[in-house]
Design a protein around this ligand. Structure first.
Ligand SMILES: Cc1ncc(COP(=O)(O)O)c(C=O)c1O
Length: 365
């Protein structure tokens, strides 16, 4: 008789659990701070809250949640296809971009295969890869967090199935130049997954390259600029041959009726998106200017900035901010990030002022 625990896949044992940003509830429980006094700048959410049009759509849809959604979220998929300028049979969806990544792992990864991951970066790609039995090959980013493209290309081998490029990168905020992405895509038949979760805050989308290559996938999400993180809507633009395979392997009905309705409304709400992007532009500039003479601030094209508080420890600085009711992201859990980096989501003007004033006091002490 085997012990049930022995049946667990070997690949799961090596996974370090995903570390999310702290929630408001964590801080209320842990520090006794009133919810109204807490500002949440640790998870790159939209500080303006959701689009009112999306909220209205959720309310309207509430009466029909006893009915399954369409199997492939077709209505929203078509609207997203129009938004990115590709035909509907080149857009796939999942429960968040995380869900899209999971399905891609099902398509391409099995034990004995590998994926290249430039670090530090968003950790879920590694988790999904390992869960599928694949082996990560890490290529450390350079001092300014640019990707060492030649090192990525030199790491390609017969086992490589995927290459993860995050642009703008979480947590560093920088983008990858088009020529670098082309150089990787053209060096291999493996699939290059370009994660553009934060691309609405930059002017550098490379989604246009999809039509030129058979091995490039661009991941997108409605969690950030579209303000729907709580609904879990991710999508990707893929070559048509991947679309056909993806539709066979993906979870059916992955996008709820509520999410489809809200997603459609959010896409229509161009005013909300414009306000969101303006708020990030202004706030990012403010945070960068105000913090630059106290610590190193990395130039960002995302809705967050990365600062280096060393020789202080990021864990201590983040903890002191928490005691003042400010949640930021200590980056210690990011592979190869060291122990001095803090990621701060751009908030509202009042929130940004509060984080700057509190950080000045901490960094001057
Ligand atoms: C770079 C990056 N990619 C993907 C995701 C996942 O997005 P989603 O909420 O669509 O699963 C995140 C979430 O923070 C992210 O930072």
């Amino acid at each position: 008789m085997t012990n049930s625990k022995d049946l667990l896949k070997e690949s799961i044992k090596g996974i370090a659990e995903y570390v999310p940003g702290k929630s408001t509830e964590d801080i209320v429980a842990g520090y006794g701070i009133e919810p109204g006094d807490i500002i949440k700048l640790g998870s790159n959410e939209n500080p303006l809250g959701p689009s009112t049009m999306a909220v209205e759509a959720v309310r309207t849809m509430a009466d029909s949640i006893s009915v399954y959604p369409s199997v492939d979220a077709g209505e929203l998929r078509r609207a997203l296809a129009a938004y990115v300028g590709y035909p509907e049979d080149m857009v796939v969806m999942g429960a968040g971009m995380d869900g899209v990544v999971d399905t891609l792992m099902r398509l391409f990864v099995h034990p004995g295969t590998s994926a290249i991951i430039p670090t530090p970066t968003f950790s879920y790609f590694e988790i999904a890869l390992r869960a599928a039995g694949g082996t990560p090959v890490f290529v450390k980013r350079q001092g300014d967090y640019s990707v060492d493209i030649q090192a990525v290309i030199s790491s390609l081998d017969d086992t490589t199935r995927l290459i993860y490029l995050c642009s703008p990168n979480n947590p560093s905020g920088n983008t990858i130049p088009e020529d670098d992405v082309r150089a990787v895509v053209e060096s291999t038949d493996a699939i290059v997954f370009l994660d553009e979760a934060y691309v609405d805050f930059s002017s550098n989308s490379l989604v246009g390259l999809i039509s030129e290559y058979d091995n490039l996938v661009v991941g997108r999400t409605m969690s950030k600029a579209m303000g729907l993180a709580g609904l879990r809507i991710g999508y990707a633009v893929v070559p048509n041959w991947i679309f056909r395979e993806y539709m066979k392997a993906t979870t059916p009905f992955a996008i709820s009726r509520i999410a489809v309705a809200a997603g459609l409304a959010a896409l229509e709400d161009t005013d909300y998106r414009k306000k969101t992007i303006e708020n990030v532009d202004v706030g990012r500039k403010f945070l960068t200017e105000q913090l630059s003479n106290h610590c190193r601030v990395y130039p960002s094209q995302a809705n967050f900035i990365l600062i280096d508080v060393s020789p202080k420890k990021s864990r201590d600085v983040a903890e002191t901010l928490l005691k003042s009711g400010i949640i930021v992201r200590d980056c210690t859990s990011f592979r190869d990030a060291g122990d001095g980096l803090i990621r701060i989501t751009v908030g509202t003007p009042d929130q940004n002022r509060r984080v700057v004033d509190t950080l000045h006091t901490i960094l001057d002490s």
